[in-house]
Design a protein around this ligand. Structure first.
Ligand SMILES: [Zn+2]
Length: 223
C-alpha cells in the first residue's frame, strides 16, 4: 500500500478510544484524505470509554459517529457489560468478556454507515495475535465479512486490519512510527476498571498492554 494510492479516499475507523483503535485512527490519518470515526455504545463497563473516545475525536478534529448498540447487553450476560462480574477465562479459554458475534454486528453497522458517508475503506483494530479467542476477530472472518458487505450493498468496500498480525509490542512500535506513542499511552483507555492511560495495572487488559509496552521499550533501548 502506498500513500499516493489512498490519499484521495475516505476511511471510516471503528473506534473505541482504546490503544488499538486509536493506533488505527492515526494510521488512517496518515493514509487517507478523509477520516471519520464510529464508536458503538453498548453499555460498556465504564461510561468513561465513550467520553474518552469523544475527547480524542475532538482533539483530532475528526467527525465522530456514536451509535447506540445497547441491545447487545440483552443478548448475553458477560463481564464487559455486567459490572458485577469478574473478568476471567472460561473453561474453553475464551474470556468471559466475549459477546457472541459482537464484531460481526459492529462491522455490519460500520458498513451501513460507510455506505451512507461514502467511505470505501473501513479500518478496524482487530488482532488475531492477542485475541484469538474471539472468532469474529480472526483474519478469515474479516475477509469473509469484506465479501459479505460488498455483496450486501453492491459497493467495493475494503476492510483494513493494520494490527491483525501484530502483538502488543509491535502495536506500540507502530504507534511510535506514527509519532504518537506518548499520546496513545496517556490518552487512551484499555483498562477494564476504567482507568485512563497506564490503567489500574491489575486487570488482564492492563497487564497485556503493559507487557507489550515494556517489551517494546526494552527492544528499542537495546537497538
Ligand atoms: Zn486495568
Amino acid at each position: 500500500m502506498t500513500e499516493s494510492v489512498l490519499q484521495n479516499e475516505k476511511a471510516l475507523v471503528v473506534f473505541s478510544g482504546g490503544q488499538d483503535s486509536t493506533t488505527c485512527l492515526f494510521y488512517a490519518k496518515k493514509y487517507f484524505k478523509d477520516v471519520e470515526l464510529v464508536t458503538f455504545n453498548y453499555g460498556q463497563r465504564h461510561d468513561s470509554e465513550i467520553e474518552v473516545a469523544k475527547q480524542i475525536a475532538q482533539e483530532q478534529g475528526l467527525k465522530h459517529h456514536v451509535l447506540d448498540m445497547s441491545l447487545l447487553s440483552q443478548l448475553t450476560p458477560n463481564a464487559l457489560t455486567n459490572h458485577e462480574m469478574e473478568i476471567s477465562n472460561n473453561e474453553d479459554g475464551i474470556p468471559n468478556t466475549f459477546v457472541p458475534a459482537r464484531n460481526l454486528l459492529f462491522l455490519s453497522f460500520a458498513g451501513a454507515l460507510a455506505y451512507q458517508i461514502d467511505a470505501k475503506h473501513i479500518i478496524t483494530g482487530v488482532c488475531e495475535t492477542d485475541f484469538s479467542g474471539y472468532p469474529d476477530c480472526r483474519d478469515n472472518f474479516i475477509k469473509s465479512m469484506n465479501v459479505t458487505l460488498s455483496l450486501a450493498m453492491d459497493r467495493d468496500f475494503v476492510i483494513h486490519t493494520p494490527l491483525m498480525w501484530l502483538d502488543k509490542a509491535a502495536t506500540w512500535e507502530l504507534s511510535d512510527e506514527l509519532g504518537v506513542l506518548d499520546y496513545i499511552r496517556n490518552n487512551t483507555i484499555t483498562c477494564y476498571n476504567g482507568v485512563i492511560g497506564d490503567g489500574c495495572g491489575e486487570c488482564p487488559s492492563c497487564q497485556l498492554r503493559q507487557r507489550g509496552l515494556t517489551q517494546y521499550l526494552e527492544r528499542k533501548g537495546a537497538k
